[in-house]
Each structure stands twice: as structure tokens, then as C-alpha cells.
Design a protein around this ligand. Sequence first.
Ligand SMILES: [Zn+2]
Length: 373
Amino acid sequence: MKVTEMKHHTLVLIVAFCAAAIAAPPSEPANPPPKPNRAPKDLPANEKSDKALAKVLGSDAKIRHTAHYTIAHDTDDDTLNAFVTRIEATYTSVLRFAERVGVPVDPPQEKLKIIFFDKFEPYGRYMKKAGVEPSQEMPGFFSPGRNRSAFYNYSDADSLKKMKQELADARESGKSARRTGQGQQVDFTRIRAYEARIGAFEDRINRQVVQHEVAHQVFYNIGLHNQVFAANPRWLVEGLAMMFETPPMAGSSGIGAINQLRLVRWRQLADEKKLPALRDLVSNPELIVPSSPKIEESYTQAWALTHYLERTKKAQLAAYIAAIRKRDEQKIYSPKEELADFEKAFGKLDSEFVRKWEAYIRKLPAKKSAAGV
Ligand SMILES: [Zn+2]
């Protein structure tokens, strides 16, 4: 059973971009007050780029326009509609988040581009062309360089198909044993539990991959991040995307909810003393790249730090984001620079900071059932 084996490299963000802007970072909370971030109801479509997008997918490509996205796809309508519900909810939630924190943003000039493959094979070829090692366990990614995200329908993954086949076989043998009164006693409770675990696994993929990658795309396209992608602190980019892995609810991705997937994992790792120190997380970008041996621990810790800052230090977070946006060098910033910018916004990252942060995260209500574990 691979329910717990989802690799955290699925959350990799491909970094390749450049641009420039110049200004001194402010040390005070956002000032003057930001303009409202209300997005226009619909973003304009672009026929020319639609055609280019469809071409990437191939002759079976269909184009679906939603309020904020153009999706080239070859999936069936039910699969696509479920996908659209998630990504539109994520768009709305990201805009609300920016507004709540008080970060001014610029809605994109046209619909955001997504390619949604029904099968892994052509998606794998697309990954290769994008310079990413093809893997079924990386079902989606956003590339800032191409400014588009791509996904494949995870129902086509061998691991999921195998699980579903095992479930179907167990059901079938259960039915036949019941019919004939022969064979082993069948544990239907276990079969139902397995079914629930498969459902939770699929839900987790959708949240930690689809919602997560689309959140990256929206943050980037509303200008919340520095447009020189490498200039953004890795922990912040990932921490912000993880805020949107919560279940979609009534038109939003549940930004009010706590990310139980990450919280439950944080508790386990904290108890095992495996989490990187906050100071290392903030200052060392190497911790949160795909090759890092501490990648999962670093993601988990980045969520816990971002959640804390968003809930308890909104104005400082807004000032920090504004300062990062104004970084003007096309580079990965050094540990010393990262720590200095962090402390300029939030104060000394000392044992007192860590104590308050840890006490806050430990008090959050953790629900294992909501985390699908
Ligand atoms: Zn990510």
C-alpha cells in the first residue's frame, strides 16, 4: 500500500526566470494602505496562445475557458469539471489571502494557462521537454519560465490503478464467497476501510499537487512574488503554496482552515526532533530544493512558519513580501542576506521567537482524520 509514500518531490517548483526592479525595502508595515485586490470577474482569453497551448497537447486537445484559466485538455468532462472547481476555488482563495494580509497585487492581463493530460505518457514527454525527469509520482508542476502549469489525470497512475484493482478483486471475492458460502470469511469492514484510504489518497494528491501548484501560478501571476523567481526565499514560496492545500469549500480552498496534512506531519516530525531549525530554514535555500535530504522536513517546517506569520504577524508579513518583491538582483540570495531580511521584518529570530512560534503551532487542533492518515 503506497498511501503514505507520496513523494514530496511532487511539490517541486521549477525555477528558471529573470527580471529586475529596484527600490529600498520598507521596514514598516504596508504603507500606504493597499488598493483592493478584487479581480475582474473574467480574465480575457487570447486566441493565439490558446492555439499554441492546444498544440502542445496534440490533435485530441480541447480548450476550456473558465473565469481565470485557459485549459488545454483531453480528459472527460467529469474529470475536468472536478479539476476546474479546485483551481477556480484556489484562485479566489489566493486573492482573498493577499487582501487579508494587505499585499497589493495586480490581477493578470489574461487567463492563466494550464495543460491537463488524461494520460501519463504524453505528460511524461512534456516533462522531459520542460527539463524535468518524467515521473508518475510528480503529477503536476508549474514552470515560471513558460508561465504555465501542467498536470496529468492521476487516475492513470500505475500505483492508483493497482490499488483500485486490488479493491475490485477483494470486493469480487467477497461477493463470490457470500454467494457460494465457500472460501474464507471476508472482512467487509476492511474492504471499506481500504476504499476510504484510496479516496483519501486521491484527495491528498489533488490538494498537495493541483491546488498547491496552481497556488504557485496565481501568486506568481498576481505579482505577489518577485518576478525573478530565484530571488524569492524558497521557504516563503513553498510555505505560501501550502496554505492552499486545504479542502475546497463553498467557493474557496478553505483558507480559514488549518492544513491538517501538514500539521499532523509537523507534530510527528517535531516529536522525533527531525525538523530543521527555523534559522536554517530561513537562511539556507539548499534545504528546500529537490536534492535536499531534508526536503519533506523542510516543507513541513516552512508550512508551520508561514501559517504562524500569517495568523499572528500579518502586517510584518506584508512588509516582508513587499521587501522581497523589491529585490533587484537576479540571483539566489545568500544565507546572511536571507536572515537579515527576515529579521528586518519580524525581529530577531532568537530562542524567544522560536519559543512563541512553537507554542502557537503546538496548540493548533490536529485532526488525524482530516489529514487522511
Ligand atoms: Zn511548491
